[in-house]
Design a protein around this ligand. Structure first.
Ligand SMILES: [Zn+2]
Length: 182
């Protein structure tokens, strides 16, 4: 009688840990052509995985601006410190955009979707994405994190943000490599 064949089940580890175990959460890393913290990169990687699982042909994430950037006319000093990046929305269709927005929020990022014309220019739509851990973050970005937590849009008018939010707030745990309820 033959022994039953053992089929190894491929189960994703519950706590996969950091993408690069040599890096600390707040280390500056270069990823997809911009600078950001290691923990922010890991959150984007997790969100991208969720997106690509549903839409295998969706383009990978790409950025128009990272962290530790000089003052600019459009962003002011917001990108001066850690924990902030501008993600391009133009590679995605409406369904992918909605799904990616949710995926980022579900891994603990605070993305603000800025539609074309938000700043008075004809076409500058993108996600302005914040990490909710504000270590080394510029003061105006910190104010946006507080605004997000209060259900607001992070702009000068501080209007309500009616886009998707996780029912239970979550935060990314860098050493676990996943988001957990706050
Ligand atoms: Zn921005």
């Amino acid at each position: 009688m033959r022994a039953p064949v053992q089929v190894a089940k491929k189960v994703a580890p519950k706590n996969p840990g950091p993408t690069n175990k040599k890096q600390k959460a707040q280390d500056r890393v270069r990823w997809r052509n911009v600078w950001m913290t290691a923990r922010m990169r890991d959150q984007f990687i997790a969100a991208e995985k969720i997106l690509l699982k549903k839409f295998p042909n969706a383009p990978k994430l790409s950025f128009s601006k990272g962290s530790w950037m000089p003052y600019s006319r459009l962003s002011g000093p917001t990108h001066n410190g850690a924990g902030v990046a501008d993600l391009r929305d133009s590679p995605y269709n409406t369904a992918q955009r909605k799904y990616l927005d949710k995926a980022m929020k579900d891994v603990g990022l605070y993305p603000y979707y800025r539609e074309a014309g938000w700043d008075g220019s004809a076409d500058n739509s993108h996600w302005h994405v914040l990490d909710q851990v504000t270590t080394g973050m510029n003061a105006s970005a910190k104010r946006q994190v507080a605004s997000y937590k209060a259900g607001r849009n992070g702009l000068n008018n501080n209007a309500p943000d009616r886009s998707y939010r996780p029912k239970t707030p979550v935060i990314w745990k860098y050493l676990l490599g996943r988001a957990v309820p706050v």
